[in-house]
Write a protein that binds this ligand. Sequence first.
Ligand SMILES: *[C@@H]1O[C@H](CO)[C@@H](O)[C@H](O)[C@H]1NC(C)=O
Ligand SMILES: *[C@@H]1O[C@H](CO)[C@@H](O)[C@H](O)[C@H]1NC(C)=O
Length: 382
Amino acid sequence: MSLRGTSWGLLFLSCVGIGHAQVGSRGFFGTTDEITGEATVDQAARDLLTSNLTTVFFPIIYIFTLAVGLPTNAMAIWVFLFRTKKKHPAAIYMANLALADLLFVIWLPLKIAYHLNGNNWTYGEAMCKVLVGFFYGNMYCSVLFITCLSVQRYWVVAHPLSQQRRNNRLSIVVSVAVWAFVCVSTTPLYLYDQTVKLQDPNVTSCHDVNWIHNVKEPFQDVKHPYYYFMTMAGLVCFLPSVVIIAAYVLLLRALSHSVEDSSSGKKRRKVVVLIIIVLITFLVCFIPSNIMLVIHYALLSFGAANRAYGFYITTLCLSSLNSCLDPIIYYYVSEEFREHVKNTLLCRSNRTVERMRISFNSLTYSKKTNTYTSSRTETSTC
Ligand SMILES: *[C@@H]1O[C@H](CO)[C@@H](O)[C@H](O)[C@H]1NC(C)=O
Ligand SMILES: *[C@@H]1O[C@H](CO)[C@@H](O)[C@H](O)[C@H]1NC(C)=O
């Protein structure tokens, strides 16, 4: 607990450092225009909403996420559900992780269109809420399933003889609990309006601008998101981070105590790669965005200008990259997924090649066909 206290202290210090509480000055929020009743933003916000950062760089990141995340996660689900003969807890967690990523990336085309349109949301409040809900739902699901997977990795090494069937049942129960928790905990995001109609630039923003109705009391308008993101950052980012670090320390210790043989070196290398990927995912996707969410809403609630607003929305954008990083985790953990990726990349789907050979040879089908369709060297050319 003292660790969490320290991190909140650090957070507070960085708030003060970035923000300079200028109470009353206009920060990154919309204030009500008396004549039109629409929201107006200050020059810094206007510049950012029309900048290359939001209208060029963000779409590029999201297009990349969509192009990489959609096929790889879809393939992962297919492999874990239909191509993994012996279901094991790791495959169950990774299938759930892939499903969470898939549920997020299918909405990305709307987000890409929004940013390409000059941050103009034209799909209505309901769709914006869905996008925001699935964005954070994916983030929290990913953190929790990566945590489950990390603990499970440690468990496999520490208790190699534990019962498979019982572990599978446990991992299904845990997965259902994670989904239930994330569904319930993201409902607050659907309860308040995410779109704000701005006057200049003439756009409707989705989740990017907070409307402060009374400049003298900004806390009234942002206190709910402030408490919400603060709680979620603690519960679904920092706490799992501590669990993951503990799991990996124990895992590495257990591995170094295990008997030295030819396979243990390879096992250790795979574990180290997994740890590095999870570390990168947290350092790029989860930690910065959760810290900046807390800082952003803390500054808003003081009515202070957020000089780091550009950095804040960039961290949120970069957090979508977790959908591309997760498949690397599947690659290093699952033998089946690795085989399928290799086959796809070398464009030698064994089944297709087999089918083609069978159809080529169907006229002159002989016993000999059987031998070479199943042989790897024969099917390795494409
Ligand atoms: C914004 O659009 C409205 C109509 O939708 C128009 O009346 C207004 O002049 C526009 N404002 C600017 C600054 O372009
Ligand atoms: C944003 O979309 C609205 C509604 O389609 C449209 O009236 C407005 O002109 C658009 N703004 C810009 C800057 O394209």
